[in-house]
Design a protein around this ligand. Structure first.
Ligand code: NDP
Length: 326
């Protein structure tokens, strides 16, 4: 038997509870893993609370990422005792996930634990941090270089935002952090932000074009915020669109694209090939200061995840939330 969070649905009502499950009930997969740490990402919070259409079938064990130890393997790349990391691949959405003591997964989805990090540190980074790295890399591929000018990060106190601020600052960029919670300004400065901006500045309907300010941007909010970010990008600059914390809509005009040649770079962390994942994790190993990462991390147990999920969606959490699953 093992403990897992289980999401069920009756009519329109979602219930999530910690349950004891039998290992026989685990889904198909060729690697069995003892989960050491998982995390609470925005998507997990949507799955747990039922506030967004994340779960594709019920009952579902949520949890899109984990660090764990292989207990049994029928996959040629993994043996019992190997430490592995998982992000995405529909786990916690259509395949039982990692907010549990055990998971059965496909070996093709797993990477080895990056040598630079302990299992707990990999989950302090989690899918949010790995996504921030993908976004920074996308901006660099588009041509962004340190010294180009301020790089904007929206939803800055969140998981993706906090890691994005740390990584961009470490690379030598001047980071402008947008937050709705100015009381966390010192936290953001400590992570490396040079400037703190009020979320309200980006919240209303966007003009087609605004003053050219940003050399690049990472957006976690969507909706009017993303439209305002696009309108304020400098000629030829790009925004990496990661999230929808403010809404899934995109009420913008084409003006920034056709008059300033700006680019909208979509970031999907879920279905990246293994080589890209390993490259992102390896760069995080070079760029993240473990002490700073720890300051952006809090830890809860499996039994606290339901309450924490509501707090996260209500914007009452900060940084990354690690879930101790063992
Ligand atoms: P968090 O909840 O940790 O952070 C989101 C932040 O957005 C909050 O801390 C808050 O920052 C800000 N925010 C929240 N609500 C609103 C609102 N209504 N309007 C404006 N700003 C708001 O989530 P994550 O960092 O884990 O994820 C951020 C987004 O990225 C999510 O939408 C998530 O789904 C998405 N995501 C996408 C991935 C991908 O593959 N594309 C992978 C991982 C995440 P503040 O208080 O500082 O303003």
């Amino acid at each position: 038997m093992f403990r897992a969070l289980v999401v069920t649905k009756t009519g329109n009502d979602t219930q999530t509870a910690l349950r004891e499950l039998n290992e026989d009930s685990l889904p198909d997969g060729d690697v069995d893993v003892d989960v050491l740490y998982s995390t609470l990402n925005y998507k997990d919070a949507l799955a747990i609370t039922g506030r967004g259409p994340v779960v594709k079938s019920y009952p579902m064990v949520p949890g899109i990422d984990m660090a764990g130890r292989v207990s049994a393997s029928r996959h040629p790349d993994f043996r019992p005792g190997d430490e592995v990391v998982l992000n995405g691949w529909g786990v916690g959405e259509s395949h039982w996930g990692a907010l549990a003591e055990k998971a059965r997964l496909k070996g093709d989805w797993l990477i080895r634990r990056p040598a630079a990090f302990t299992p707990r540190q990999t989950m302090a980074i989690g899918t949010a941090g790995y996504t921030a790295m993908l976004a920074v890399t996308a901006l660099e591929r588009h041509g962004l270089e340190p010294g180009d000018g301020p790089v904007l990060v929206t939803g800055a106190t969140g998981g993706v935002g906090s890691v994005a601020v740390m990584v961009l600052a470490k690379l030598g960029h001047s980071v402008a952090a947008v937050t709705g919670r100015p009381e966390h300004g010192d936290y953001l400065r400590h992570l490396g932000a040079a400037e703190i901006l009020d979320r309200a500045e980006f919240a209303g309907p966007a003009k087609p074009l605004a003053r050219e300010r940003w050399a690049g941007a990472i957006d976690n909010v969507g909706s009017h915020t993303l439209a305002n970010v696009c309108a304020g990008l400098r000629r030829g600059a790009a925004v990496a669109a990661c999230g929808l914390a403010g809404g899934m809509d995109f009420p913008a005009t084409v003006a920034p694209f056709i008059l300033r040649g700006v680019a909208l770079l979509g970031i999907d962390s879920v279905y990246r090939p293994r080589a890209e994942r390993e490259a992102a994790w390896s760069r995080l190993g070079e760029l993240l200061d473990p002490a700073l990462l720890e300051e952006a991390t809090s830890e809860i147990g499996l039994g606290e995840a339901v309450e924490a999920a509501s707090a996260l969606l209500d914007g009452r959490t900060r940084g990354r939330i690690v879930v101790d699953a063992h």
